[in-house]
Design a protein around this ligand. Structure first.
Ligand SMILES: Cc1cc2nc3c(=O)[nH]c(=O)nc-3n(C[C@H](O)[C@H](O)[C@H](O)COP(=O)(O)OP(=O)(O)OC[C@H]3O[C@@H](n4cnc5c(N)ncnc54)[C@H](O)[C@@H]3O)c2cc1C
Length: 456
């Protein structure tokens, strides 16, 4: 029996939807297979707030300009050069035409929020967040005739001599197609796989996004010889509130208090410069830093003067009138008091300026705190427990500029990939805020067009 579908899209997040819409617009008959039930559709994309966009002049809600070279330099800084320049520059250049395309397909934008992450020039914020974006794309896609099946987890990609033929679903169904777009995210929700890379410590990690990104199709493709990119230990991980749920806590569990705090591990020791740089440039390293501490936990301690300097998180801080009472509430050893006294004594005089690098640094302690170093002296005192929150993993499928997947050294005839599952091609390490959605939008659109071209 011939399949009613030309193109099968695996996944139901941003990259999948961009691919499906482009393909449907080109006249292809498209089926989206989303592992999650409908209320949880949209993967990690539904948690997002913005995407990073190049622009030569003011564009929609974006002010001034943000050119290709500045964008690329920002990427080089965070990845320490561990990127593919051709793919990266292509994504950056294409981002400019993505914004009007997104708007034309239902996405609404709003100016950036003020706060610790000041991104008004570089990142366009989605009105209503990622959930509204995902809902708008579903509406657009379905109005174009794209069929969507939920609770449709793909467990195997059928190929004959490098040619995709069908997918097998967990429920036993087999669906044929003439082209495949894989947009099923990273493998971060498979804690056992994370533990293979990180060791047993990974079992203590929290996963900020969807529990459905378990890398099932990634593993299946790698087993079938697909080329891989990225190191399995590389991922985007931030410090989140230790009280966050194991999965899907989303953006509200992120903690932005670190630059204004003293951070100690469970032994009461400081371990890194809390004020190394402005928070948008440092927040993505703190997940790994906390992951390297005993029991993968740390505590960010502030006094009353810093309480309102950062975006509040969903959980209120733990509070006490004295530092000793606070450390007892946190279950920390007496050593913590000594660490804070030593820190306080190392703070010098100077102007504290929370919105910029103020150079207010400690003297004579290791590690130093190089900005915003104010002694903790003003009760009440507050603390947040920090845990590593994994956003997404970087190990993925190797693709070329046309989003085509390679296997056993040659491009596959009719298989493309987009989004988190191939982002490691560009993000060798580090992260640039808003770049995940940019990669997914650019590559999703390319994959959809290429797949449609193939079946036309
Ligand atoms: C809390 C949070 C905040 C973030 N904020 C931002 C931000 O503001 N800006 C930004 O650029 N990035 C942000 N990111 C990263 C961003 O979410 C991702 O880069 C982006 O959403 C990836 O899109 P995607 O389509 O590749 O994956 P996803 O949106 O995760 O979609 C993958 C889809 O595949 C489905 N799936 C998985 N396995 C299977 C299977 N076997 N069969 C069928 N379906 C399957 C999942 O259910 C899911 O729908 C954030 C992430 C998190 C967790």
């Amino acid at each position: 029996m011939t399949s009613p579908f030309d193109i099968i899209v695996v996944g139901g997040g941003n990259a999948a939807l961009c691919a499906a819409i482009e393909a449907a617009e080109a006249g292809a008959r498209v089926l989206i297979l989303e592992a999650a039930p409908k209320p949880y559709r949209g993967g990690n994309s539904r948690h997002t707030r913005n995407f990073r966009c190049m622009h030569d002049g003011p564009l929609s809600v974006l002010i001034d300009s943000y050119g290709e070279d500045e964008y690329f330099e920002d990427l080089m800084r965070v990845t320490k050069g561990n990127t593919d320049e051709v793919l990266a520059r292509m994504v950056i250049r294409s981002s400019q035409e993505c914004l009007p395309w997104m708007a034309a397909h239902g996405v609404r934008f709003q100016p950036s929020l003020s706060g610790t992450l000041s991104l008004g020039r570089t990142n366009a914020f989605f009105l209503g967040g990622g959930k509204a974006l995902v809902n708008a794309y579903y509406r657009t896609a379905q109005a174009m005739g794209v069929e969507v099946r939920y609770e449709a987890e793909v467990v195997h990609v059928g190929m004959t001599e490098g040619v995709f033929t069908h997918v097998d679903l967990k429920n036993g169904t087999q669906i044929e197609g003439r082209a495949l777009v894989i947009a099923s995210g990273g493998f971060q929700a498979d804690l056992d796989w994370l533990a293979e890379a990180w060791g047993p410590a990974a079992l203590n990690f929290l996963i900020r996004g969807t529990p459905y990104n378990r890398g099932v199709v990634l593993r299946d493709m790698l087993d079938q010889g697909a080329g891989s990119v990225g190191d399995p230990t590389q991922c985007h991980a931030v410090a989140i509130d230790g009280r966050a749920p194991k999965f899907d806590g989303g953006i509200v569990t992120r903690l932005d208090c670190v630059p204004f705090s003293v951070v100690v591990n469970k032994e009461g020791q400081r371990f890194y410069d809390e004020g190394e740089d402005v928070w948008p440039k440092r927040y993505a390293i703190w997940g790994r830093l906390v992951a390297a501490q005993p029991d993968q936990v740390a505590y960010s301690i502030i006094d009353a003067r810093s309480r309102d300097l950062f975006m509040p998180s969903v959980f209120p801080p733990i509070e006490a009138d004295t530092l000793d009472a606070l450390r007892i509430r946190l279950g920390l050893p007496e050593e913590t008091l000594h660490t804070i006294e030593t820190f306080n004594a190392a703070c010098g005089a100077g102007k504290f300026s929370p919105q910029e690098l103020d150079g207010l640094a400690t003297k004579g302690i290791m590690p130093a705190k190089t900005n915003w170093a104010r002694p903790l002296t003003q009760p009440p005192y507050y603390a947040y427990e920090l845990r590593p929150g994994v956003t997404f993993t970087y190990l993925g499928l190797q693709v070329d500029e046309t989003a085509r997947v390679r296997a056993n050294g040659v491009p596959l005839a009719n298989v493309w990939a987009a989004g988190e599952i191939m982002a490691g091609s560009i993000l060798g390490e580090g992260y640039l805020a808003g770049f995940g959605m940019t990669i997914g939008t650019v590559f999703g659109r390319i994959a959809g067009r290429e797949a449609a071209d193939h079946v036309s």
